[in-house]
Design a protein around this ligand. Sequence first.
Ligand code: ZN
Length: 116
Amino acid sequence: MLRDFPWVVVRMRCHFCRRGGDVRLAVFAEKYGAYATLGHLVIQFIKGCEWAPWNPTRRPQKYGMKCGGYCMDLRRPDPPDLPPGMSGLHLIEGGLSEKLPASPPEVERRKRVGGD
Ligand SMILES: [Zn+2]
């Protein structure tokens, strides 16, 4: 629900139509009420997309593109506007042994045996 959303700005994006927008939580709460869910807001966002599955001008297709609208900051643990330097150090899985090589490794060539 909007009243439980911890961040000031609600950011919506779409993978296909590249639409998106940042709306303050207070604006959404005034328009839809504090008890509206983010799922309802995502559906409202998807309805404005030309790839929306409910668009009457498009025939339903089994494998056709559908709007990929989503809320960027859902279940995000840290504030989205926190500068990278303030978030502290992160432990990255893996280590030096899993580091990708900068160049492909040497391939051992087989030598021709016999002949001259
Ligand atoms: Zn879309």
